[in-house]
Design a protein around this ligand. Structure first.
Ligand SMILES: Cc1cc2nc3c(=O)[nH]c(=O)nc-3n(C[C@H](O)[C@H](O)[C@H](O)COP(=O)(O)O)c2cc1C
Length: 210
């Protein structure tokens, strides 16, 4: 593992229950970050995983010992802590993010209860895939950005003229092959990764000066 200020650790999360379009775009984002920016990467897919809902039992608040559930999200907590930056991808479900993506975010309450600054100044980006061209990708991304803000992370996108809120994709309900042909989506994703990496490097440099 590198402590070099110009090398960042990037975690990709796919909140799809399948290994299709969202899996494809998050793997693309990680591949781009490795090849172009020498990022160290790790990946978590919700596909095939046991992800229990937060049941608001407040075990995490009362004990500060993490979550009462022992499922696959426990491994994800470690990856989240390790990374300097995250990119969360979600399929658009009912005009917003998937239940799997939401569950992952809800369950972060447990690690934040243990250490309220656990995610402080980590940088976050988002990408969303809809079966429709305009099917709720933006509300899905905004929900992920809200999660970053609430947990004291720094949300980024690739900026105006192509990547307004992050990576937005149209799968036409046909999975990974078709989403890989969405050139505009891929352009926006690459710009988002660039901003994510550059901001994470900046944050590492600033934190070193403190
Ligand atoms: C329960 C459910 C709800 C969906 N709702 C939407 C929607 O509101 N808008 C949309 O564009 N696509 C919707 N879709 C289609 C998926 O977003 C689309 O097929 C996407 O590519 C799935 O990503 P995946 O291949 O990574 O699973 C929905 C699919 C499912 C299963």
């Amino acid at each position: 593992m590198s402590d070099d200020n110009n090398t960042i650790k990037l975690l990709g999360i796919s909140g799809s229950p399948r290994k299709k379009a969202t899996d494809y775009i998050i793997r693309e984002a990680l591949k781009h970050a490795e090849e172009k920016y020498s990022a160290e990467t790790d990946y978590f897919s919700a596909s095939g995983k046991e992800l229990k809902f937060c049941i608001h039992c407040d075990y995490c608040i009362r004990t500060q010992k993490g979550c009462i559930h022992e499922d696959d999200i426990v491994d994800l907590y470690e990856k989240m802590k390790w990374a300097d930056a995250w990119i969360i991808g979600t399929p658009a479900y009912q005009g917003t993010l998937s239940a799997q993506t939401k569950t992952i975010m809800d369950r972060c309450r447990a690690v934040v209860a243990q250490d309220p600054k656990v995610f402080l100044n980590k940088v976050g980006a988002a990408a969303a895939v809809g079966g429709d061209r305009v099917g709720g990708q933006e509300p899905a991304i905004q929900a992920i950005h809200n999660f970053y803000v609430i947990n004291e992370m720094l949300p980024v996108s690739g900026g105006s003229f192509g990547s307004n809120l992050g990576g937005t994709f149209w799968s036409k309900d046909k999975g990974g092959e078709v989403v890989g042909e969405d050139e505009e989506g891929l352009r926006g994703l690459r710009r988002t990764v660039k901003k994510l990496v550059k901001t994470a490097i900046l944050m590492k440099q600033v934190e070193k000066q403190d």
